[in-house]
Design a protein around this ligand. Sequence first.
Ligand code: GLV
Ligand code: MN
Ligand code: MN
Ligand code: MN
Length: 440
Amino acid sequence: MTPTPIPPPSEAPSPTTVNSLLAAIADVGADPRRGGYSRPVWSDAERELRSWFLAEAAARGLETTTDANGVLWAWWDLPAARRGGSLEASRADAVVTGSHLDSVPGGGAFDGPLGVASALAALDQLVAREAAGALHRQRALALAVFPEEEGSRFGVACLGSRLLSGAIDPERALALTDAEGITLGEAAERNGLDPRRMGPDPAALQSIGRFVELHVEQGRGLDGPEHSGPGSAGPALAVGSTVLGHGRWRLSFRGQGNHAGTTLMQDRADPMVAAAETVLAVRRLAAARPDARATVGRISPIPGGTNVIASRVDLWMDVRHAEDEVTAALVAEIADSARAHAAAEGCTGELVEESLSGTVHFDPQLAATLSGAVRRTAPAAPLLATGAGHDAGVLAARVPTGMIHVRNPTGISHAPEEHVEDDDAAAGVLALADALEELL
Ligand code: GLV
Ligand code: MN
Ligand code: MN
Ligand code: MN
């Protein structure tokens, strides 16, 4: 008989780690077909993650709310406010930290959830510091979870923070559709929101005195050739400096749908060929501009049959550069090239901008505060620009905002291989707690 293990005598709960938090959601939205996770906003998986977050917050005694745009909030109020002071007044100018729980199709485990789990774990450390008399706060802390950060369902990234901060016209946002033709407004209503109330939320915005987002580093920023000699990775953490300007465009090619067997090669007006030539042009034109990035990651032939020459092909393009004029010039070049390839094939080509965000420079004062706190844990933590978009980048236009990036040893993100070592995640939590402590 195997002996039953005797539980340890300690009453003390084991400290929350990012690991233990993420372990609890490790199966949610796992995608065996693509690998990794597919957690589009308001899918069963993402809703389960939202419930998980609300339950974790409630278990910590935090009051949770869902705002008009579907952003989740969990409040660690000032003790005095709870004892009968004005809760509302105490929630203005709060320190806010958080991230998102939705994912790209087949994404990694950390993009988004790392920031949410780290926020919960950092809160636990701050609660313990306050209980020990080592923290005397002036401000409330809120943890926030933003919906549709990836734009993987409705096509525009950071929709929650864009709506809340007024960075997108709500009418336009509500009309965005997913692959099934469901509008954002319909999906929001099915998920308990009132579409008529969605849009700029001055009260929510005013409550954000400072916003700090911890995020997995998504390229080789902390593990690139300049850092990695044999056995020497870069520092575990970095502080965000900028977010590259980026945008998304739809390119639509229209030709003549026809029979694959009866249509002679010289008789075709095949939009798939124009699209294919354009994909190659995107690569070539972007490569000719130092530090530009341009990607076609999604393509949709209509009607989409093996023995059918398509009548229309849509492709979606993502372009990024630190200088907004370069992005604009590159997109213009690509548009010219697409039209030329369309004409050569007897097709038409059209380019529609779906979203565009300029390069963001995070608040230098907040970056300096974050650097001071982060360097206590990771002395060599650099200031780091990121090519990835974030809700922090959207909010930066309205409130002082900063980011902490955690090393990703694979240098891969938006794919299952994205990774964070346990020790680095723990360093991130400690640095986040120290940074929040200074801001509170
Ligand atoms: C989202 O993560 C993006 O950078 O597109
Ligand atoms: Mn993210
Ligand atoms: Mn992402
Ligand atoms: Mn992102």
